[in-house]
Every structure is written in structure tokens, then in C-alpha cells.
Write a protein that binds this ligand. Structure first.
Ligand code: SF4
Length: 381
């Protein structure tokens, strides 16, 4: 299986000259492409994007919402995904599923990632070879017919396809609990990758004990560093992956805010470690974090543990509330930050010229099986 990515050698416009353009010029030129392409172009912006990029997005959201929007949109013929690589892959799979392509008379939606270096460090912590090797080792100790593979949406298309082939499913931070319930209704155990924290926090909420959640180290020689007994006793096997952004929030940051501001509400994403999540007042997906702030009464004081751009945007959009960033250390999604106005303008002008760059196209076989796992995800609310 492979992921096909068109190269940029045929680009009409080289990137270098775009670097020296100021934001105003770039914005005007991006708007000109939007006007010219109209409803045929959809710019999607993830909440962690910089402000100047998110301001140009037709739709903004988290992975779940953007995936669903890409699945439903009937008008667009091109998607510029201002997010990271796995999100653009998901958009390609959903927007170009066979039924949709047939409805468009065979026409595909071109999905572009304005900077191909915008990856996700968490997604990179699990690759197909490692997961296949894990599955094979597990089959020597437990019955893998009774093991459900569940991948967080923050993963390569090849891993979604791995799940799809085995009756497995994709989850998001919004529906992780429903997905685990779905999985346990069908099988006795779950292999959850690549984010150990989302898996652990969700399983703990469901009453699963920590000692039934061994962590699989993909670099260990045998059984991910676990004993056969620990694997046999397991309910959820957690892949040893994490988000480098959410990993920086520590329990001592929560304690410091509580001491300094009695009554403050701590609001965190479930990609944070369990010691942080356990002390939070509210935990939830990006969408849930935004909703919690939107619905809080004026004067509410928050310390929020999620990506910096989103927290800063919440601060700007909710001046009636007092919002702090939970960590003393700046932590933003550095890869998502690579999508800037220069890359967006360059990608859109090449798209409009008929020579798209940064095209993300998942090969048909991978897309077929990944779609099975994604469709299950979209059905589990
Ligand atoms: S915030 Fe973390 S999980 Fe999300 S895209 Fe960035 S590195 Fe990946």
C-alpha cells in the first residue's frame, strides 16, 4: 500500500518569491483566487491554525467536524486543507469516496496541503510496519479475533486501512468513549493507537483499571516490553504515542493556578496525561473546549490546557471571561504553524492555474479500507 503524493515539479509558480510578499498582498491574492473559483474551492481551517490563515477559511473546526464537512460538501472540486497531513488524507478519502465521485460524473476533488511538511508528530509515532508487527506478536499470546483495532483520527491513512480491514474503527477526541463502547460491544479487547493518553483517559472514564491497560512500546524487542500475562489480562492495549503539544501540561501547572486563583476552572484536552486530566474541572475535545467557554457566564476564570493558538483566539473572542494558558511554556503545534499565508497563496495560485501543488491523494486500496473504518466513526456519535 502506498500514499500517492503528486510532486511540485510542474508548478506554474515557484514558492520562493512568495516569501517576500507582505500579508496584505498575500491576503488580497488569496481572496482573488477564492473569488475566481467560487464554490468550487473550499478552504478548511483547523482551530490550531494561526489567525491570519483561519481568517481566510470557509469553514473552521476540529478533525471530526472538518472530516464530516468534507464528507458532506457537494459543490466543491478542490479543498485546501489548512491543517496537517493526516487531515488532508482523511478529506481526500471522504470527499472522493466512490459514491461521491460517481455523483460528480467521475470527477475527483483535488485535496491540497499548502505545505507538505505539515505533519503530525503523534501520527508519526505509529507506522504500518510497527502496527502489523504488534498485531502479529499479539496473535502469539491472545486471540486477535477478539481484539478490536481502534485508531485515533490523528494517524496515517494506512493505519485507518489497517483497522478497516479487521473490522476496526477510527475515533476522534469527541467520540472516543462511544467508539470504545462500540468496540467492547463486539470484542473483548482493544488495541488503541497512536495516542496513549486519549486511550487511557477514555478507558479510565469507563471504569477500566489501569493494570488492564499495558503500554505497547513499538521499539521493544518483544510484546512491546510487556509480559504475556500482562497482555492476557489486558482490556485496552495502549500504543506508546503522544502529542508533543499536550504533553507539556503538567499536574504542577494545575496546582499553581489553583493556588494563585482559588475557584479557577481548569479545562483540558484528553490528549493531556491522566494526572492532568484527573485534576481538571472539565475535559473534552477541541469542540467541547470551545463550547464550554462559549456557554460560561461572564467573569468565569479559566486555565486551558490545549494548543496555544486556540487558547489565544478564545481569549480574543471572549473578553468577558478571564482566560489563561495552562502551561508557563509556549506550546503550539509547530507543524500546523508551517501553513502560512505565503504557502496558502502559492498553493492556491498554482491550483487556479491548473497545476496544483501539495496534492494529497490516498491510493485506492488504502482509501477503500480506511473508508470502512471512517464510516464506522461517522456513524458512532
Ligand atoms: S497538536 Fe499534536 S496531535 Fe494535533 S496535529 Fe499537532 S502534533 Fe498532531
Amino acid at each position: 500500500m502506498s500514499i500517492t503524493v503528486d510532486d511540485t515539479t510542474q508548478a506554474t509558480f515557484e514558492f520562493e518569491p512568495y516569501r517576500s510578499l507582505d500579508d496584505r498582498t498575500l491576503t488580497e491574492r488569496i481572496q482573488a483566487v477564492r473569488k475566481r473559483m467560487g464554490r468550487r474551492l473550499l478552504i478548511l481551517g483547523h482551530h490550531y491554525q494561526r489567525d491570519e490563515v483561519i481568517g481566510l477559511a470557509d469553514l473552521r473546526g476540529d478533525s471530526y467536524k472538518l472530516s464530516a464537512l468534507a464528507a458532506e460538501n457537494g459543490d466543491c472540486r478542490a479543498i485546501a486543507f489548512c491543517g496537517v497531513h493526516f487531515m488532508a488524507e482523511t478529506a481526500d478519502i471522504l470527499a472522493n469516496r466512490p459514491r461521491r465521485v460517481a455523483e460528480r460524473g467521475g470527477e475527483r476533488v483535488t485535496v491540497i496541503l499548502p505545505d507538505m511538511a505539515a505533519g503530525c508528530s503523534m501520527a508519526d509515532m505509529a507506522d504500518l510496519d510497527q502496527v502489523e508487527d504488534c498485531w502479529e506478536q499479539l496473535s502469539e499470546v491472545i486471540d486477535t479475533e477478539d481484539l478490536m483495532p481502534v485508531t485515533y483520527v490523528n494517524s496515517a491513512a494506512s493505519l485507518k486501512a489497517f483497522c478497516g480491514r479487521r473490522g476496526g474503527i477510527v475515533c476522534t477526541s469527541s467520540n472516543a468513549r462511544s467508539v470504545l463502547e462500540w468496540a467492547f460491544a463486539r470484542r473483548r479487547r482493544v488495541l488503541f493507537f497512536p495516542d496513549q493518553h486519549l486511550g487511557r483517559n477514555t478507558a479510565l472514564d469507563m471504569g477500566i483499571r489501569l493494570d488492564a491497560m499495558p503500554v505497547w512500546n513499538p521499539h521493544a524487542d518483544w510484546l512491546g516490553g510487556n509480559t504475556p500475562e500482562a497482555i492476557r489480562q489486558s482490556r485496552v492495549i495502549l500504543w506508546q504515542g503522544h502529542c508533543s503539544v499536550h504533553q507539556v501540561f503538567r499536574p504542577e501547572h494545575v496546582q499553581r493556578f489553583r493556588q494563585q486563583y482559588p475557584g479557577i476552572k481548569i479545562l483540558v484536552h484528553p490528549e493531556c496525561m491522566m494526572e492532568v486530566v484527573a485534576q481538571a474541572d472539565v475535559k473534552g475535545s477541541t469542540a467541547a473546549i470551545i463550547k464550554a467557554v462559549e456557554q460560561a457566564p461572564p467573569g468565569t476564570r479559566w486555565a486551558i490546557g490545549t494548543e496555544l493558538h486556540l487558547v489565544n483566539r478564545l481569549k480574543q473572542e471572549h473578553p468577558e471571561q478571564e482566560i489563561h494558558f495552562l502551561s508557563p511554556v509556549v506550546c503550539m503545534c509547530a507543524t500546523m504553524y508551517r501553513i502560512d499565508l505565503a504557502h496558502l497563496c502559492w498553493a492556491l495560485e498554482n491550483l487556479a492555474a491548473g497545476t496544483p501543488v501539495g496534492v494529497i491523494r490516498v491510493d485506492d486500496q488504502t482509501a477503500h479500507y480506511a473508508l470502512e473504518a471512517l464510516q464506522r466513526m461517522l456513524e458512532v456519535k
